[in-house]
Design a protein around this ligand. Structure first.
Ligand code: HEC
Ligand code: HEC
Length: 254
């Protein structure tokens, strides 16, 4: 199954990115320029203004570590990126070109419009990410990313464990439960928005409402779901982890 829909693009845009990179390297030449491009690329990595979208509050760093030692306590939906420029496939094998893997994030999550690999910032970002490939902790092999097509209602959960998981996997976007102000302002107020939109009036039972939390966590905006929340794979959160989070967030549902 292609978990991401039909997002594979032709190889030509990738080739275009690479040729622009080679051309700019030839013009720029010096080591100093390369180092400053890498530094600029790190800024782009952390910049939510990179996609030029007034709807976007994400930077690449919201969802990805560039190196394994960053924000170790957090459960991030995206793969660690040191080595990613050299990986053979992306998105669990469903995307074959690095550029298309980035374009998917840029266009789908950051709503940045069409990804432009020849933009100065895209070139700097590539230079930065590629500079990480020589680190000893870089991962140059494909990273597993398993998304199951179907979900079940969550089993019984441990609320104390669920709170710790929520703090590390959800709060960096959603803030605390019921928080008026959230790190990503467009992220829903949990669990209130979900309970309101998926209540008895809309035909939900406690069990199917609980499953909405699982569905959203597993699929984000994929597999028929609207929005721009990223999906959490089986490698990042287990079914029990999600059951614990639901037990903490919406204890009356279990
Ligand atoms: C809202 C969260 C989110 C944002 C923002 C985001 N990504 Fe992603 N990204 C993901 C998820 C989820 C995946 C799929 C899982 C995976 O393979 O990492 C992914 C996949 C990737 C991959 C493929 C990794 C692999 O080995 O399969 C690359 C490369 C990537 N993103 C780069 C970027 C860059 C560069 C940016 C910033 C321009 C960015 N992403 C922004 C969530 C995000
Ligand atoms: C990278 C940021 C990000 C992370 C991390 C994240 N979310 Fe979200 N989430 C969003 C955004 C943005 C929305 C609103 C847009 C949408 O529905 O996609 C949302 C929406 C939701 C909704 C739908 C609410 C409704 O309106 O019915 C649920 C449920 C949810 N998130 C649960 C979670 C849980 C549980 C976690 C932790 C495991 C989590 N989210 C982690 C960004 C995030």
């Amino acid at each position: 199954m292609d978990k991401t829909g039909t997002h594979n693009r032709s190889a030509s845009r990738f080739a275009a990115w690479i040729s622009v990179l080679i051309a700019s390297a030839a013009v720029a030449g010096s080591c100093v320029d390369r180092v400053s491009a890498e530094r600029r690329g790190r800024e782009v990595f952390e910049d939510s203004a990179y996609p030029n979208s007034r709807f976007n509050a994400y930077s690449c760093a919201t969802c990805h570590r560039a190196t394994p030692d960053e924000r170790r306590n957090l459960v991030l939906p995206g793969a660690m990126l040191a080595g990613s420029t050299r990986r053979p496939t992306f998105w669990g094998g469903s995307v074959v070109a690095f550029q298309d893997a980035v374009a998917l994030c840029f266009e789908k999550f950051m709503r940045g419009g069409r990804f432009e690999p020849s933009d100065d910032r895209s070139i700097a970002l590539y230079a930065y990410l590629d500079s990480l490939a020589s680190r000893p902790d870089a991962v140059q092999t494909a990273v597993p990313f398993t998304v199951s097509g179907t979900t079940s209602p969550p089993g019984a959960g441990d609320t104390a464990r669920g709170q710790r998981l929520y703090d590390n996997a959800c709060a960096y976007c959603h803030g605390a439960p019921r928080a008026a102000s959230r790190p990503i302002p467009t992220a829903s107020i949990l669990p209130d928005d979900t309970e309101r939109e998926h209540g008895v009036a809309q035909g939900y039972t406690a069990e199917t409402l609980a499953q909405v939390f699982v569905e959203k966590t597993r699929h984000g905006s994929f597999l028929g779901f609207a929005g721009f929340m990223p999906p959490f794979s089986a490698e990042t959160l287990s079914d029990q982890d999600i059951a614990d989070i639901v037990a903490y967030l919406a204890p009356t549902l279990r």
